[in-house]
Design a protein around this ligand. Sequence first.
Ligand code: PBG
Length: 307
Amino acid sequence: MVSENHLRPDDLVAPLFVREGIDTPQPIGSLPGQFQHTRASLRAEVAELASLGVPAVVLFGVPSNKDPEGSEAWNPDGIVQLALQDLRDDHGDNLVLIADLCVDEYTDHGHCGVLDDLGQPDNDRTLELYRKIAIAQANAGADIVAPSGMMDGQVAAIRQALDDDAHEQIAILAYAAKYATALYGPFRDAVDVTIVGGGNRKGYQQDVANAREAMEEIRSDIAEGADMVMVKPAMPYLDVIARARDEIDLPIAAYHVSGEYAMVHAAAERGWLELEPVAFEHTLAIKRAGADLILTYFARMLAEAMQ
Ligand code: PBG
């Protein structure tokens, strides 16, 4: 009666992986209960999520072939484009389809952009690739594209590419305050990404020490045309979510990332914590901090428990 916040299935967005060239879903060791899906197993999983009242999914692709530019990311027959078409066929307008928009799953070096002569992502050449991906994803049926590469100017570039290609209605969920955290490890297993030379993303993702700068990132993405903004990871950055909520009236998403999920599972496997109550507490705390949408690998488990 006195609870200020309640969690509902429609607060949740399920991140899902679909892999090209496999016949059976592959379990992801560091993300218990999560899989690299085949097109068919993805359809089955999404049908289940939709029937549980989860309103949206975000798709990540694992291509068979990676190259320096990540060209499978904008191939009209690339794995995410095919999966988007499948899900659009299955669900019509009853499910929101979000496509993660980046090249790191598709490049052979694992960075979120094409590299310059020094081996660092070339921001502006990368924007050209992002424009092509946005159009491919929109043509395949995405409702929302979610640029996650943290290149400067990516939201403006994508907005313009979509508008020029008669996709004005496609929305942009900007990974705005995305930190160079140590919590993405299991995700990189999930998408078979190793950054070349033991590299990292500190050159383009945010310094974990910074909160004010996160607000600058959020403001600039909104000025460039973002329809929604994201804070990522979630639990260690509740202050950033709360700050964003104070200032921003657009929808705010928070991504409870792979490492956050894996920690809870690992402790639960040892009998040190109870899985479901901790998952609920994390998710409700993220909502309390001010998030409207929570991307979480716990989406299915939580939605099942809420039926
Ligand atoms: C980049 C991307 C990453 C995640 C989502 N999009 C990884 C990264 O930046 O290295 C991480 C999500 C997670 O850890 O659950 N395309």
